[in-house]
Ligand binder design. Sequence first.
Ligand code: GUN
Length: 291
Amino acid sequence: MATILDGRAVSRIYRERIKEEVERFKRLGYREPSLAVVLVGNDPASQVYVNNKQKACKKVGIRSLFYHLPEDTPEERLLSLVGELNENPEVDGILVQLPLPKQINPQKVIETIDPNKDVDGFHPENMGKLFSNLEGGFVPCTPLGIKLLLDHYGIDLKGKDVTVVGAGYIVGKPLSVLMLNLNATVTVCHIYTKDLKEHTRRADVLVSATGVPHLIKEDMVKEGAVVVDVGISKKDGKIVGDVDFERVKEKASYITPVPGGVGPMTITALLLNTLKAYKKHLGLEGAASAV
Ligand code: GUN
């Protein structure tokens, strides 16, 4: 039976540190950090995610400013809002929730966000810094959250065979680069991969980020592997991940549950990135860090 990688418990530890750091800055007379959250349309899952992000901000003393635009918002309207938020000195971080309605090109929106406020880490400048293994940029929240979770349990990636299933812009691609930077041997699988099982069975650390419920079965996992499940889907009214948790947990050494694994760590990473943006803007980078 695997050890559970408890994203809720690890998040509590990080969030307590973030809260203390924010309080310390406020005691020194600085304003509170702030995050602008933009939601376009009424996608129910996005509404839940955005709500959770805002609640988490409030709990650690980060001010969140919420902009809810209608589903039929023209692209130019969103781009001009992002432009205003870029110019607003009271705003440290900007997060535009994805996916966006079809009339809006997400890449154009991402490229409009000031890279110094891009707490999602999706701007090409931040992705480029990750690719070049340069410090000072923002690492996308889910990859960063996974790294912090593995760190907490003392799971070192150096020399490990890591298989990432899913090569999306939000998780799979940046995560594979982050793990490569940590000296793992990384295999990235996607829908065109010929024999998925061949790659997953070799993995010391297996990460799945596809959104396909129970894609990863017991026979696809090596005995003693570390299994990280990024998927969140609904199956028969229940929230499930990409991994057939009940069976795979008997084979893995460590495993993340869904919910309560990667999800809370993603939000914790967002709080850390927002704190980092705040410190950059106020010239407080020399101050002690919550990480
Ligand atoms: N949609 C799903 N995950 C994310 C994320 O990490 N950031 C944003 N902005 N949208 C998302």
